[in-house]
Design a protein around this ligand. Sequence first.
Ligand code: NAD
Length: 466
Amino acid sequence: MDFDVIVIGAGPGGYVTAIRASQLGMKTAIVEREALGGICLNWGCIPTKALLKSGELYEQLSHLEGFGLSVTGKSFDFSKVIERSRGVAKQMSSGIAFLMKKHRITVFDGAASLEKGAPAPKVVVRLKGGEKTSLTAKHVILATGARARTIPAIGLEGDGDRVWTYRDALAPKTCPKSLIVIGSGAIGIEFASFYRALGAQVTVIEALDRILPVEDEEVSKAAHKAFERRGMTFRVAAKVTRLSKSKTGVSVALEAGGKAETLEAEVAIVAVGITGNVENMGLEALGVKVDRGHIVTDGHGKTNVAGLYAIGDIAGPPWLAHKASHEGVHCVEHIAGLKPANLNAPIPGCTYSSPQVASVGLTEAAAKAAGHEPKVGRFPFRVNGKAVAAGEMEGFVKTVFDGKTGALLGAHMIGHEVTEMIQGFAVAMTLEATEEDLMATVFAHPTMSEAMHEAVLDAYGRALHI
Ligand code: NAD
């Protein structure tokens, strides 16, 4: 069969690319070896949010007194918590099946590999039933995503039993009583937050000198304190040297400050990054340029092989669903000869722990390193009326402006539902807003978003409520 575009991989990169291609009048096919929606919908973004919501609600039950409320007999049914999360994933995945149908995209259930061809490589699909089918197209777009990075040499490798990757951690049979999380990126911190909320003893080990190390230093520090208040334990600047399994649990040897230490727990979660799915697709035979697990592309998703493109996780960082979708839309619009949205648009990053963390653009340190003279503003939620009324006083908003031009360079937040608020600053940065534009914007009262306005005002010594 022949198509205009074949997309390989139906995660948020691939399925969005296919929809946009179809909208642009291209005859489109998509190939998926597992489930529509990819890791994001089935084993990542979406089911973790369902778990985190259960954890958050359960935790809140312990803090009702201040609101004049009380409950007795607080408990949870772990299998139902997991069941709900799996149900949410299933619902979203079938939503993608509907979208594929609606946009007349042909779906192939199977694993694709590439063979030499023109004007684009030939796509051979080994269908789930076992038979093979050959497809041709003018353009082939790889969107095969990534999987958990493992370090087998020191035992950092999931076994589905005692040592979990994110996939295992999403649907275990029982809730562990004690847990060691290796890596304090978004994956590590979200699972640490969920299992701690359900009462597990949680220790997070991070090789760098602070948790959530990609975030602004002040946010990392505040997050560390906030999680400690909830009973988590941290080892930072601590390198795991060996993870060993036993019948009853795991033993993690680490080195911190020149000292060796061993921690024990029922289960360990390995969350030390991800690696691109570049294997078993015939990329070597085609001569596709791959650099450290990622396909090398030009500014529009094009690889060094004619007719072959790559978008999303497989094309390199940041490894985020929304970045993948953005790149996919850009790629097909470029193929269609349109003038697509800028690929360098600011990309927000969110961690859905309790409290949440969200950011966009440069941290204060990165702004300085890039040669800016940053003007920085901060505003804490503890003096924001809506936050006080809602009992959500933890956290703050921080803004980073260019001292010379007034351009908003970055924004950083920690607190209740800040993952919903960060978009305001993402819009502002995309529209190249300055401090004047933001100061002139009217923020609804009472909202926690008013802290965003105040953090802008504070950068220029004009905060009104502190
Ligand atoms: P990550 O790269 O963000 O974090 C991994 C952490 O592990 C790093 O801080 C690293 O210093 C640490 N580390 C590495 N080796 C170590 C060792 N031997 N001992 C101790 N610490 C070690 O990776 P992740 O959290 O696994 O997430 C993978 C990707 O998926 C990230 O890019 C993330 O942005 C993305 N993701 C995003 C979300 C979200 O947006 N909410 C959720 C999940 C994943």
